[in-house]
Write a protein that binds this ligand. Structure first.
Ligand SMILES: C[S@@+](CC[C@H](N)C(=O)[O-])C[C@H]1O[C@@H](n2cnc3c(N)ncnc32)[C@H](O)[C@@H]1O
Length: 417
Protein backbone atom coordinates (compact mmCIF):
# COMPACT_ATOMS: atom_id res chain seq x y z
CA UNK A 1 0.00 0.00 0.00
CA UNK A 2 1.29 3.44 -0.84
CA UNK A 3 2.06 5.80 1.97
CA UNK A 4 3.20 9.38 2.43
CA UNK A 5 6.40 9.49 0.36
CA UNK A 6 8.35 11.82 2.59
CA UNK A 7 8.42 12.58 6.27
CA UNK A 8 8.98 15.93 7.91
CA UNK A 9 12.68 16.68 7.53
CA UNK A 10 13.82 13.21 6.47
CA UNK A 11 17.60 12.96 5.93
CA UNK A 12 19.95 10.36 4.46
CA UNK A 13 23.42 9.14 5.24
CA UNK A 14 25.02 6.71 7.65
CA UNK A 15 23.40 5.87 10.94
CA UNK A 16 24.92 8.66 13.01
CA UNK A 17 23.04 11.66 14.29
CA UNK A 18 19.32 12.14 14.26
CA UNK A 19 16.96 11.51 11.34
CA UNK A 20 13.20 11.23 10.92
CA UNK A 21 12.33 7.55 11.17
CA UNK A 22 9.11 6.26 9.63
CA UNK A 23 7.22 3.37 11.23
CA UNK A 24 4.47 2.00 8.96
CA UNK A 25 1.44 0.39 10.57
CA UNK A 26 -1.95 -0.80 9.45
CA UNK A 27 -4.64 1.77 8.82
CA UNK A 28 -6.45 2.93 11.96
CA UNK A 29 -3.48 2.18 14.25
CA UNK A 30 -1.51 5.40 13.65
CA UNK A 31 -2.59 7.27 16.81
CA UNK A 32 -2.08 4.20 19.01
CA UNK A 33 1.37 3.69 17.46
CA UNK A 34 2.32 7.35 18.06
CA UNK A 35 1.48 6.83 21.76
CA UNK A 36 3.48 3.60 21.83
CA UNK A 37 6.49 5.27 20.16
CA UNK A 38 6.39 8.08 22.75
CA UNK A 39 6.30 5.50 25.55
CA UNK A 40 9.32 3.64 24.09
CA UNK A 41 11.32 6.73 23.11
CA UNK A 42 10.70 8.55 26.37
CA UNK A 43 9.28 11.89 27.35
CA UNK A 44 9.66 14.64 24.84
CA UNK A 45 9.95 12.32 21.81
CA UNK A 46 8.50 13.99 18.75
CA UNK A 47 6.21 11.32 17.28
CA UNK A 48 3.72 12.40 14.67
CA UNK A 49 0.95 10.18 13.33
CA UNK A 50 0.72 10.36 9.53
CA UNK A 51 -1.20 8.38 6.96
CA UNK A 52 -0.32 4.71 7.42
CA UNK A 53 2.39 5.24 10.00
CA UNK A 54 4.29 7.42 12.45
CA UNK A 55 7.25 9.76 11.99
CA UNK A 56 9.65 10.17 14.88
CA UNK A 57 12.95 11.98 15.23
CA UNK A 58 15.61 9.57 16.42
CA UNK A 59 19.01 7.96 16.03
CA UNK A 60 20.37 4.47 15.44
CA UNK A 61 19.90 3.46 19.08
CA UNK A 62 16.24 4.51 19.09
CA UNK A 63 15.71 2.73 15.76
CA UNK A 64 17.06 -0.51 17.23
CA UNK A 65 14.95 -0.11 20.37
CA UNK A 66 11.79 0.49 18.31
CA UNK A 67 12.45 -2.67 16.29
CA UNK A 68 12.69 -4.67 19.50
CA UNK A 69 9.87 -3.03 21.48
CA UNK A 70 7.11 -1.90 19.11
CA UNK A 71 4.05 -4.16 19.10
CA UNK A 72 2.12 -2.04 16.61
CA UNK A 73 4.59 -1.05 13.86
CA UNK A 74 5.10 -3.35 10.87
CA UNK A 75 8.57 -1.97 10.13
CA UNK A 76 11.11 0.67 11.19
CA UNK A 77 12.39 2.65 8.20
CA UNK A 78 15.57 4.73 8.02
CA UNK A 79 15.46 7.62 5.49
CA UNK A 80 18.15 7.59 2.79
CA UNK A 81 17.05 10.10 0.15
CA UNK A 82 13.97 12.00 -0.86
CA UNK A 83 12.97 14.54 -3.47
CA UNK A 84 10.79 15.37 -6.45
CA UNK A 85 10.78 13.04 -9.46
CA UNK A 86 9.12 12.67 -12.82
CA UNK A 87 10.50 9.42 -14.18
CA UNK A 88 12.83 6.50 -13.49
CA UNK A 89 15.93 8.56 -14.41
CA UNK A 90 15.13 10.91 -11.54
CA UNK A 91 14.80 7.92 -9.22
CA UNK A 92 18.21 6.68 -10.35
CA UNK A 93 19.70 10.12 -9.64
CA UNK A 94 17.97 10.23 -6.25
CA UNK A 95 19.41 6.83 -5.28
CA UNK A 96 22.90 7.82 -6.51
CA UNK A 97 22.99 10.50 -3.79
CA UNK A 98 23.26 7.84 -1.06
CA UNK A 99 26.79 6.86 0.12
CA UNK A 100 26.09 3.15 -0.39
CA UNK A 101 29.60 1.97 0.54
CA UNK A 102 28.78 3.03 4.10
CA UNK A 103 25.75 0.70 4.07
CA UNK A 104 26.83 -2.55 2.40
CA UNK A 105 29.80 -4.30 0.81
CA UNK A 106 29.70 -5.95 -2.63
CA UNK A 107 29.63 -9.31 -0.84
CA UNK A 108 26.22 -8.45 0.61
CA UNK A 109 22.79 -8.56 -1.02
CA UNK A 110 19.92 -6.13 -1.51
CA UNK A 111 16.29 -5.99 -2.55
CA UNK A 112 14.15 -3.03 -3.60
CA UNK A 113 10.40 -2.92 -2.96
CA UNK A 114 8.25 -0.11 -4.29
CA UNK A 115 5.06 1.30 -2.83
CA UNK A 116 3.09 3.75 -4.98
CA UNK A 117 0.23 6.18 -4.45
CA UNK A 118 -1.02 8.21 -7.41
CA UNK A 119 2.36 7.74 -9.11
CA UNK A 120 2.65 8.62 -12.83
CA UNK A 121 5.09 5.71 -13.36
CA UNK A 122 3.93 2.94 -15.67
CA UNK A 123 6.20 0.22 -14.27
CA UNK A 124 7.06 -0.07 -10.60
CA UNK A 125 9.35 -3.00 -11.43
CA UNK A 126 11.41 -0.69 -13.64
CA UNK A 127 11.56 1.88 -10.83
CA UNK A 128 12.89 -0.84 -8.49
CA UNK A 129 15.42 -1.86 -11.13
CA UNK A 130 16.75 1.69 -11.51
CA UNK A 131 17.25 2.04 -7.75
CA UNK A 132 19.04 -1.32 -7.69
CA UNK A 133 21.23 -0.12 -10.63
CA UNK A 134 22.14 3.04 -8.70
CA UNK A 135 23.32 0.98 -5.70
CA UNK A 136 25.27 -1.45 -7.89
CA UNK A 137 26.87 1.30 -10.04
CA UNK A 138 27.95 3.20 -6.95
CA UNK A 139 29.60 0.14 -5.40
CA UNK A 140 31.22 -0.97 -8.66
CA UNK A 141 32.75 2.47 -9.20
CA UNK A 142 33.98 2.58 -5.60
CA UNK A 143 35.18 -1.02 -5.19
CA UNK A 144 35.23 -2.72 -8.60
CA UNK A 145 32.53 -5.19 -7.57
CA UNK A 146 28.74 -5.04 -7.22
CA UNK A 147 26.34 -6.62 -4.73
CA UNK A 148 23.68 -9.05 -5.91
CA UNK A 149 19.94 -9.23 -5.36
CA UNK A 150 18.35 -11.62 -2.86
CA UNK A 151 14.58 -11.40 -2.78
CA UNK A 152 14.18 -13.77 0.19
CA UNK A 153 16.65 -12.61 2.81
CA UNK A 154 18.48 -9.53 1.59
CA UNK A 155 21.10 -7.91 3.82
CA UNK A 156 19.80 -4.49 2.78
CA UNK A 157 16.05 -4.36 2.16
CA UNK A 158 15.15 -1.03 0.54
CA UNK A 159 11.71 0.51 0.30
CA UNK A 160 10.93 3.20 -2.26
CA UNK A 161 7.76 5.27 -1.84
CA UNK A 162 6.60 7.04 -4.97
CA UNK A 163 3.80 9.59 -4.76
CA UNK A 164 2.39 11.92 -7.37
CA UNK A 165 5.44 14.20 -7.47
CA UNK A 166 7.83 13.07 -4.70
CA UNK A 167 9.78 9.95 -3.88
CA UNK A 168 11.46 8.76 -0.70
CA UNK A 169 13.92 5.91 -0.30
CA UNK A 170 14.26 4.09 3.02
CA UNK A 171 16.32 1.24 4.46
CA UNK A 172 13.99 -1.28 6.10
CA UNK A 173 15.73 -2.04 9.39
CA UNK A 174 13.36 -4.87 10.35
CA UNK A 175 13.75 -7.13 7.30
CA UNK A 176 10.99 -9.62 7.97
CA UNK A 177 7.96 -7.52 9.01
CA UNK A 178 7.69 -6.95 12.74
CA UNK A 179 4.43 -8.91 13.11
CA UNK A 180 6.62 -11.96 12.56
CA UNK A 181 7.63 -12.29 16.19
CA UNK A 182 9.33 -15.66 15.71
CA UNK A 183 6.94 -17.76 17.80
CA UNK A 184 3.96 -18.53 15.56
CA UNK A 185 4.51 -21.84 13.74
CA UNK A 186 1.06 -23.31 14.23
CA UNK A 187 -1.79 -21.33 12.70
CA UNK A 188 -5.41 -22.17 12.12
CA UNK A 189 -7.65 -20.58 9.56
CA UNK A 190 -7.71 -16.78 9.53
CA UNK A 191 -5.19 -16.04 12.29
CA UNK A 192 -4.84 -12.38 13.23
CA UNK A 193 -1.58 -10.62 12.60
CA UNK A 194 0.24 -10.16 15.90
CA UNK A 195 0.29 -6.39 15.31
CA UNK A 196 -3.52 -6.33 14.98
CA UNK A 197 -4.00 -8.37 18.17
CA UNK A 198 -1.67 -5.89 19.89
CA UNK A 199 -3.68 -2.98 18.44
CA UNK A 200 -6.91 -4.48 19.87
CA UNK A 201 -5.30 -4.62 23.32
CA UNK A 202 -3.94 -1.08 22.97
CA UNK A 203 -7.33 0.28 21.83
CA UNK A 204 -8.92 -1.35 24.87
CA UNK A 205 -6.27 0.14 27.14
CA UNK A 206 -5.42 -3.39 28.42
CA UNK A 207 -1.73 -3.34 29.30
CA UNK A 208 -1.37 -6.38 31.51
CA UNK A 209 -1.27 -4.48 34.80
CA UNK A 210 -3.06 -5.90 37.82
CA UNK A 211 -5.67 -3.13 37.58
CA UNK A 212 -6.51 -4.27 34.02
CA UNK A 213 -7.93 -7.51 35.43
CA UNK A 214 -8.16 -10.97 33.81
CA UNK A 215 -8.38 -11.39 30.05
CA UNK A 216 -10.17 -14.22 28.22
CA UNK A 217 -10.20 -15.07 24.50
CA UNK A 218 -12.76 -17.90 24.25
CA UNK A 219 -12.37 -18.28 20.43
CA UNK A 220 -8.58 -18.13 20.43
CA UNK A 221 -7.61 -19.93 17.21
CA UNK A 222 -3.79 -19.82 17.10
CA UNK A 223 -3.86 -17.88 20.38
CA UNK A 224 -2.58 -14.57 19.01
CA UNK A 225 -4.59 -12.23 21.28
CA UNK A 226 -3.90 -14.20 24.47
CA UNK A 227 -0.20 -14.58 23.65
CA UNK A 228 0.22 -10.86 22.93
CA UNK A 229 -1.66 -10.12 26.18
CA UNK A 230 0.47 -12.53 28.21
CA UNK A 231 3.69 -11.10 26.76
CA UNK A 232 2.53 -7.62 27.79
CA UNK A 233 1.73 -8.89 31.28
CA UNK A 234 5.13 -10.62 31.52
CA UNK A 235 7.05 -7.62 30.14
CA UNK A 236 8.32 -9.66 27.17
CA UNK A 237 9.42 -7.40 24.28
CA UNK A 238 7.78 -8.57 21.03
CA UNK A 239 11.08 -8.88 19.16
CA UNK A 240 13.00 -10.73 21.84
CA UNK A 241 13.11 -14.03 19.90
CA UNK A 242 13.80 -12.81 16.37
CA UNK A 243 16.56 -11.18 14.34
CA UNK A 244 16.50 -7.87 12.43
CA UNK A 245 18.01 -6.72 9.11
CA UNK A 246 19.94 -3.91 10.85
CA UNK A 247 22.07 -6.50 12.66
CA UNK A 248 23.81 -7.19 9.31
CA UNK A 249 24.22 -3.55 8.22
CA UNK A 250 27.57 -1.77 8.68
CA UNK A 251 26.19 1.52 10.12
CA UNK A 252 24.40 -0.43 12.86
CA UNK A 253 27.19 -2.91 13.53
CA UNK A 254 29.06 0.10 14.91
CA UNK A 255 26.36 0.25 17.59
CA UNK A 256 26.64 -3.44 18.51
CA UNK A 257 27.51 -2.73 22.14
CA UNK A 258 24.45 -0.49 22.53
CA UNK A 259 22.29 -3.14 20.81
CA UNK A 260 23.53 -5.89 23.14
CA UNK A 261 22.73 -3.66 26.09
CA UNK A 262 19.21 -2.83 24.82
CA UNK A 263 18.58 -6.55 24.30
CA UNK A 264 19.93 -7.49 27.73
CA UNK A 265 17.83 -4.77 29.41
CA UNK A 266 14.72 -6.08 27.67
CA UNK A 267 15.51 -9.62 28.87
CA UNK A 268 15.99 -8.37 32.40
CA UNK A 269 12.51 -6.77 32.35
CA UNK A 270 10.76 -10.15 31.93
CA UNK A 271 8.63 -10.80 35.02
CA UNK A 272 5.86 -13.01 36.31
CA UNK A 273 2.42 -11.89 35.21
CA UNK A 274 0.33 -10.07 37.83
CA UNK A 275 -2.87 -10.82 35.99
CA UNK A 276 -4.42 -14.07 34.72
CA UNK A 277 -4.89 -14.69 30.98
CA UNK A 278 -7.29 -17.37 29.73
CA UNK A 279 -7.91 -18.76 26.26
CA UNK A 280 -9.59 -21.61 24.47
CA UNK A 281 -11.33 -22.76 21.35
CA UNK A 282 -14.11 -25.20 20.52
CA UNK A 283 -11.54 -27.16 18.54
CA UNK A 284 -9.07 -29.21 20.57
CA UNK A 285 -6.62 -28.93 17.65
CA UNK A 286 -6.69 -25.13 17.82
CA UNK A 287 -6.33 -25.04 21.61
CA UNK A 288 -3.33 -27.34 21.23
CA UNK A 289 -1.80 -25.12 18.48
CA UNK A 290 -2.30 -22.06 20.64
CA UNK A 291 -0.66 -23.73 23.64
CA UNK A 292 2.35 -24.69 21.51
CA UNK A 293 2.63 -21.14 20.18
CA UNK A 294 2.45 -19.85 23.77
CA UNK A 295 5.29 -22.20 24.69
CA UNK A 296 7.50 -20.76 21.93
CA UNK A 297 6.49 -17.21 22.94
CA UNK A 298 7.66 -17.85 26.52
CA UNK A 299 4.19 -17.47 28.06
CA UNK A 300 2.85 -21.04 28.31
CA UNK A 301 2.63 -20.85 32.09
CA UNK A 302 0.98 -17.39 31.96
CA UNK A 303 -2.07 -18.63 29.99
CA UNK A 304 -4.67 -21.14 31.13
CA UNK A 305 -6.07 -22.98 28.09
CA UNK A 306 -9.32 -24.92 27.92
CA UNK A 307 -11.12 -26.53 24.96
CA UNK A 308 -14.70 -25.28 25.24
CA UNK A 309 -17.69 -23.96 23.33
CA UNK A 310 -17.95 -20.19 23.83
CA UNK A 311 -21.72 -20.60 24.19
CA UNK A 312 -21.24 -22.74 27.27
CA UNK A 313 -18.04 -21.44 28.80
CA UNK A 314 -18.43 -19.92 32.26
CA UNK A 315 -16.17 -17.11 33.51
CA UNK A 316 -12.85 -18.57 34.64
CA UNK A 317 -12.02 -18.49 38.33
CA UNK A 318 -9.75 -15.52 39.04
CA UNK A 319 -9.57 -15.05 42.82
CA UNK A 320 -9.15 -11.43 43.87
CA UNK A 321 -10.60 -10.02 40.65
CA UNK A 322 -14.15 -8.88 39.93
CA UNK A 323 -15.10 -9.09 36.26
CA UNK A 324 -12.59 -9.02 33.43
CA UNK A 325 -12.06 -8.45 29.72
CA UNK A 326 -13.31 -10.70 26.93
CA UNK A 327 -11.37 -10.11 23.72
CA UNK A 328 -11.99 -12.04 20.55
CA UNK A 329 -12.47 -12.11 16.83
CA UNK A 330 -15.24 -14.57 16.05
CA UNK A 331 -15.49 -16.34 12.69
CA UNK A 332 -16.46 -14.05 9.86
CA UNK A 333 -19.31 -16.15 8.51
CA UNK A 334 -18.08 -16.28 4.96
CA UNK A 335 -14.64 -17.55 6.09
CA UNK A 336 -15.33 -19.97 8.94
CA UNK A 337 -18.59 -21.16 10.36
CA UNK A 338 -19.10 -20.91 14.08
CA UNK A 339 -19.61 -24.42 15.33
CA UNK A 340 -21.16 -24.83 18.70
CA UNK A 341 -22.41 -27.88 20.57
CA UNK A 342 -22.29 -30.95 18.37
CA UNK A 343 -26.06 -30.92 18.00
CA UNK A 344 -25.89 -27.42 16.63
CA UNK A 345 -24.05 -26.02 13.60
CA UNK A 346 -24.21 -22.38 12.59
CA UNK A 347 -23.99 -22.07 8.86
CA UNK A 348 -24.70 -19.07 6.68
CA UNK A 349 -25.56 -15.46 7.50
CA UNK A 350 -28.91 -16.17 9.18
CA UNK A 351 -27.43 -18.82 11.46
CA UNK A 352 -24.53 -16.50 12.29
CA UNK A 353 -27.16 -14.04 13.55
CA UNK A 354 -28.61 -16.79 15.75
CA UNK A 355 -25.13 -17.62 17.03
CA UNK A 356 -24.43 -14.02 18.07
CA UNK A 357 -27.88 -13.69 19.73
CA UNK A 358 -27.11 -16.83 21.78
CA UNK A 359 -23.64 -15.55 22.62
CA UNK A 360 -25.04 -12.25 23.91
CA UNK A 361 -27.71 -14.07 25.95
CA UNK A 362 -25.03 -16.33 27.48
CA UNK A 363 -22.79 -13.38 28.34
CA UNK A 364 -25.68 -11.47 29.93
CA UNK A 365 -26.47 -14.49 32.08
CA UNK A 366 -22.91 -15.34 33.12
CA UNK A 367 -20.54 -12.44 32.45
CA UNK A 368 -22.19 -9.48 34.19
CA UNK A 369 -19.46 -6.99 35.13
CA UNK A 370 -17.16 -8.05 32.24
CA UNK A 371 -16.28 -5.91 29.25
CA UNK A 372 -16.30 -7.59 25.85
CA UNK A 373 -14.22 -6.32 22.91
CA UNK A 374 -15.22 -8.02 19.68
CA UNK A 375 -13.45 -7.46 16.34
CA UNK A 376 -15.71 -8.02 13.37
CA UNK A 377 -16.29 -6.83 9.80
CA UNK A 378 -20.03 -7.21 10.52
CA UNK A 379 -21.13 -3.60 11.07
CA UNK A 380 -24.54 -4.84 12.30
CA UNK A 381 -22.98 -6.92 15.09
CA UNK A 382 -24.56 -4.87 17.93
CA UNK A 383 -28.04 -5.34 16.50
CA UNK A 384 -27.39 -9.07 15.89
CA UNK A 385 -26.34 -9.31 19.55
CA UNK A 386 -29.09 -6.95 20.73
CA UNK A 387 -26.44 -5.11 22.68
CA UNK A 388 -25.57 -1.43 22.49
CA UNK A 389 -21.86 -0.90 22.01
CA UNK A 390 -20.13 1.73 24.16
CA UNK A 391 -17.29 2.12 21.64
CA UNK A 392 -16.62 1.24 18.03
CA UNK A 393 -12.98 1.49 16.89
CA UNK A 394 -12.19 1.24 13.15
CA UNK A 395 -9.41 -1.30 12.48
CA UNK A 396 -8.34 -3.17 9.35
CA UNK A 397 -7.70 -6.91 9.28
CA UNK A 398 -5.51 -6.90 6.15
CA UNK A 399 -7.85 -5.62 3.42
CA UNK A 400 -11.00 -6.21 5.51
CA UNK A 401 -12.47 -3.16 7.23
CA UNK A 402 -13.55 -4.07 10.76
CA UNK A 403 -14.83 -2.51 13.93
CA UNK A 404 -13.63 -3.34 17.41
CA UNK A 405 -16.89 -3.14 19.38
CA UNK A 406 -16.92 -2.62 23.12
CA UNK A 407 -19.87 -4.05 25.07
CA UNK A 408 -20.24 -3.42 28.81
CA UNK A 409 -22.06 -6.50 29.99
CA UNK A 410 -24.86 -6.03 32.47
CA UNK A 411 -26.82 -8.91 34.05
CA UNK A 412 -30.01 -9.81 32.18
CA UNK A 413 -30.17 -6.42 30.47
CA UNK A 414 -31.46 -6.29 26.92
CA UNK A 415 -28.93 -3.56 26.14
CA UNK A 416 -25.35 -3.47 27.36
CA UNK A 417 -23.47 -0.27 28.18
C1 LIG B 1 -11.32 -16.10 13.35
S1 LIG B 1 -10.75 -17.42 14.29
C2 LIG B 1 -9.85 -16.66 15.58
C3 LIG B 1 -8.46 -16.39 15.15
C4 LIG B 1 -7.56 -16.03 16.30
N1 LIG B 1 -7.85 -14.72 16.86
C5 LIG B 1 -6.11 -16.12 15.86
O1 LIG B 1 -5.42 -15.11 15.83
O2 LIG B 1 -5.67 -17.20 15.46
C6 LIG B 1 -12.18 -17.98 15.15
C7 LIG B 1 -11.98 -19.22 15.99
O3 LIG B 1 -13.23 -19.49 16.66
C8 LIG B 1 -13.32 -20.88 16.87
N2 LIG B 1 -14.72 -21.21 17.13
C9 LIG B 1 -15.74 -21.37 16.26
N3 LIG B 1 -16.88 -21.66 16.92
C10 LIG B 1 -16.58 -21.68 18.24
C11 LIG B 1 -17.33 -21.91 19.41
N4 LIG B 1 -18.63 -22.21 19.35
N5 LIG B 1 -16.70 -21.85 20.62
C12 LIG B 1 -15.37 -21.55 20.69
N6 LIG B 1 -14.61 -21.34 19.60
C13 LIG B 1 -15.19 -21.40 18.39
C14 LIG B 1 -12.77 -21.47 15.58
O4 LIG B 1 -12.34 -22.81 15.81
C15 LIG B 1 -11.63 -20.50 15.24
O5 LIG B 1 -10.40 -20.99 15.70
Amino acid sequence: MARAPAGPGAAGGPADGSVTLFLPCSQGVEVLLADEVRAIAGDGAKAEAGRGGVFVAGDAVLAMRLNLESRLATRVLWPLAEGPYRDEHDLYALARRVPWTLWITPAQTLKVDVSARRSPLTSLNFAALRVKDAVCDHLREATGARPSVDVRRPDLPLLLFVGETDAALYADLAGEPLFKRGWRDDTGEAPLKETLAAAMLAAAGWRGRAEDGPLLDPMCGAGTIAIEAAQLACGIAPGLSRRFAFERLAPFRRHLVAWRQIHAEAKARVRTSAVPVFAGDVSFRMTDFAARNAQRAGVRSAIEFKTADVLQRSPPAAPGFAGGTLMLNPPYGERIEAKGRQSQAFEGAEAAGAFFAQLAAHWKREYAGWTAWVLSPQMRLPSLMRLKESRRVPLWNGPIECRLFRFDLVAGSARGG
